[in-house]
Design a protein around this ligand. Structure first.
Ligand SMILES: [Zn+2]
Length: 283
């Protein structure tokens, strides 16, 4: 993907390094104990609870190791992909007489607190409708490559675009509608509805890719990278790896084939009206 010319988004919140272990003490007894120890030893307690961004103005915060440089590159990349989704969705929304409200991208390490609760990086990237933010631990991209066998920058871009797809669903009211329907359903029905929501997010990722292609951002092999990612993180595949068998009723993301098909549909049409995964018999 030719991402370097896009420019970086201003809507990235860097909570790496502070979100994980810091949280273990967040409030409660832990912080009181820490505070007491700090006071005993004459440490400025503000240093303990300093959880803001450690930006370039904070000289003590960065040690320029190769690992950090690789992560910084991933941060620039993610921020550029986010900027690209902002450009695309701003255009698509205004074409439809609406205004796009941009989501924030929160980078974290290990675990993170959001209105959606305390989440471990093990759940993978996610979107929290409560604060309209996408949460991403950059180490997921390693996992995507090594554990899920989906290498390539466009596989990573697809993951971000999928989460932004959930934000589109929030803005269009689809997410609220689905949430209120889910409350009145059996678990099996609720899961089936979640699958449709996930497949539509894949479709929106495809719509984004359609415009990214038009802007000349795609390189040879990029679409295949995205499709491989969609395949590799389908529920059937994940479950087979984890349990050795698949249980269709507990699918919440869709099968590999479904995810690929809806991404491709978005990519080929670029038309948000083609993404109604809800009003068809089998998505
Ligand atoms: Zn999703």
């Amino acid at each position: 993907m030719r991402w370097r010319d896009i420019g970086e988004s201003e809507n990235v919140e860097d909570r790496r390094g502070v979100s994980g272990r810091g949280l273990a003490f967040g409030g409660g007894i832990g912080s009181i104990v820490l505070l007491v120890i700090a006071l005993l030893f004459g440490v400025d307690p503000r240093n303990l609870f300093n959880s803001g961004d450690s930006g370039p103005n904070d000289p003590g915060a960065r040690v320029s190791s190769p690992a950090n440089r690789a992560e910084d590159e991933l941060k620039s990349f993610s921020s550029s992909v986010l900027a690209s989704t902002e450009n695309v969705w701003r255009d698509v929304f205004s074409q439809n007489g609406r205004q796009y409200r941009v989501p924030k991208l929160v980078l974290f390490t290990d675990q993170v607190r959001s209105p959606c609760g305390l989440s471990s990086a093990a759940v993978g990237p996610f979107y929290c409708p409560g604060d309209e933010k996408v949460y991403l631990d950059l180490s997921f991209f390693n996992e995507l490559r090594s554990r899920f066998g989906a290498p390539g920058d466009f596989a990573q871009a697809y993951v971000i675009a999928h989460e932004v797809g959930h934000h589109i669903q929030k803005l269009l009211g689809t997410m609220d509608k689905v949430d209120s329907m889910r409350e009145r359903m059996s678990e099996r029905e609720a899961n089936a509805l979640s699958v449709r929501l996930e497949l539509q997010a894949d479709f929106y990722a495809g719509v984004w890719a359609y415009y990214a292609e038009k802007k000349g951002l795609l390189e040879a092999g990029d679409v295949e990278e995205a499709l491989r990612a969609a395949t590799s993180i389908g529920d059937d595949r994940l479950q087979r790896e984890a349990q050795g068998y698949v249980v269709p009723d507990s699918f919440t993301h869709g099968t590999s084939e479904q995810r690929m098909r809806w991404f491709r549909r978005g990519f080929e049409t670029g038309d948000i009206r083609q993404g109604d995964t809800f009003n068809i018999r089998s998505p």
